[in-house]
Design a protein around this ligand. Structure first.
Ligand code: FES
Length: 106
Protein backbone atom coordinates (compact mmCIF):
# COMPACT_ATOMS: atom_id res chain seq x y z
CA UNK A 1 0.00 0.00 0.00
CA UNK A 2 1.03 3.60 -0.57
CA UNK A 3 0.27 6.87 1.11
CA UNK A 4 0.77 10.29 -0.45
CA UNK A 5 2.30 12.84 1.86
CA UNK A 6 2.77 16.51 1.07
CA UNK A 7 5.57 18.07 3.09
CA UNK A 8 5.72 21.54 4.62
CA UNK A 9 7.34 22.87 1.44
CA UNK A 10 4.49 21.64 -0.77
CA UNK A 11 6.29 18.65 -2.28
CA UNK A 12 4.27 15.42 -2.51
CA UNK A 13 5.87 12.05 -1.86
CA UNK A 14 4.43 8.60 -2.49
CA UNK A 15 5.52 6.39 0.39
CA UNK A 16 5.15 2.65 0.72
CA UNK A 17 3.59 1.54 3.99
CA UNK A 18 2.71 -1.77 5.51
CA UNK A 19 -0.47 -2.86 7.24
CA UNK A 20 -0.11 -2.21 10.96
CA UNK A 21 2.44 0.57 10.62
CA UNK A 22 1.64 3.95 12.03
CA UNK A 23 1.46 6.62 9.32
CA UNK A 24 4.04 8.54 11.37
CA UNK A 25 6.48 5.62 11.08
CA UNK A 26 6.20 5.55 7.30
CA UNK A 27 6.70 9.33 7.11
CA UNK A 28 9.67 9.25 9.48
CA UNK A 29 11.32 6.13 8.07
CA UNK A 30 11.17 7.46 4.51
CA UNK A 31 13.04 10.53 5.69
CA UNK A 32 10.42 13.26 5.54
CA UNK A 33 10.56 16.21 7.90
CA UNK A 34 8.58 15.09 10.95
CA UNK A 35 9.64 15.61 14.52
CA UNK A 36 7.53 12.90 16.21
CA UNK A 37 9.32 13.52 19.49
CA UNK A 38 7.55 10.94 21.62
CA UNK A 39 7.96 8.13 19.11
CA UNK A 40 4.25 7.41 18.80
CA UNK A 41 3.15 7.45 22.43
CA UNK A 42 0.45 10.10 21.82
CA UNK A 43 2.25 12.50 24.11
CA UNK A 44 3.74 15.31 22.00
CA UNK A 45 1.59 16.38 18.97
CA UNK A 46 4.73 16.86 16.84
CA UNK A 47 3.44 14.34 14.29
CA UNK A 48 0.50 16.60 13.37
CA UNK A 49 -0.93 16.16 9.87
CA UNK A 50 -3.94 17.27 7.88
CA UNK A 51 -5.90 14.39 6.40
CA UNK A 52 -7.27 14.65 2.87
CA UNK A 53 -10.99 15.47 3.02
CA UNK A 54 -11.99 12.29 1.22
CA UNK A 55 -10.15 10.24 3.81
CA UNK A 56 -10.90 12.05 7.03
CA UNK A 57 -14.24 10.31 7.71
CA UNK A 58 -12.76 6.90 6.93
CA UNK A 59 -10.42 7.00 9.92
CA UNK A 60 -11.50 5.81 13.36
CA UNK A 61 -12.29 8.80 15.56
CA UNK A 62 -9.50 10.25 17.71
CA UNK A 63 -9.15 9.28 21.36
CA UNK A 64 -9.67 11.90 24.07
CA UNK A 65 -5.89 12.11 24.53
CA UNK A 66 -5.38 12.77 20.82
CA UNK A 67 -8.10 15.44 20.82
CA UNK A 68 -6.50 17.16 23.81
CA UNK A 69 -3.10 17.20 22.12
CA UNK A 70 -4.54 18.52 18.87
CA UNK A 71 -6.14 21.39 20.74
CA UNK A 72 -2.69 22.29 22.07
CA UNK A 73 -1.33 22.90 18.56
CA UNK A 74 -1.44 26.39 17.10
CA UNK A 75 -2.16 25.25 13.55
CA UNK A 76 -5.10 22.89 14.10
CA UNK A 77 -7.65 22.58 11.28
CA UNK A 78 -10.89 20.56 10.99
CA UNK A 79 -9.01 17.67 9.34
CA UNK A 80 -6.14 17.55 11.84
CA UNK A 81 -4.94 14.24 13.22
CA UNK A 82 -1.83 12.88 14.87
CA UNK A 83 -0.14 10.63 12.34
CA UNK A 84 1.10 8.22 15.04
CA UNK A 85 -2.54 7.42 15.78
CA UNK A 86 -3.35 6.47 12.17
CA UNK A 87 -2.76 2.74 11.78
CA UNK A 88 -2.30 1.80 8.16
CA UNK A 89 -4.36 -0.93 6.52
CA UNK A 90 -5.11 -1.86 2.94
CA UNK A 91 -8.33 0.12 3.06
CA UNK A 92 -6.22 3.25 3.43
CA UNK A 93 -4.25 2.65 0.23
CA UNK A 94 -3.85 6.07 -1.37
CA UNK A 95 -4.40 7.97 1.88
CA UNK A 96 -3.37 11.61 1.50
CA UNK A 97 -1.76 13.54 4.33
CA UNK A 98 -0.14 16.96 4.59
CA UNK A 99 2.49 17.65 7.23
CA UNK A 100 1.60 20.54 9.53
CA UNK A 101 4.18 23.24 10.12
CA UNK A 102 4.19 22.27 13.80
CA UNK A 103 5.58 18.86 12.87
CA UNK A 104 8.68 20.31 11.22
CA UNK A 105 12.03 19.51 12.82
CA UNK A 106 13.85 22.61 14.05
S1 FES B 1 4.71 11.08 17.80
FE1 FES B 1 4.20 12.11 19.64
S2 FES B 1 2.03 12.28 19.54
FE2 FES B 1 2.57 11.30 17.69
Amino acid sequence: MFIRVTDQDGETHELEGLEGWRAMEAIRDWGLNIKAECGGACACATCHVYVGEHWFDQLPPPSDDEEDLLFSTLDKRPTSRLSCQIILNDGLDGLTLTLAESSRKA
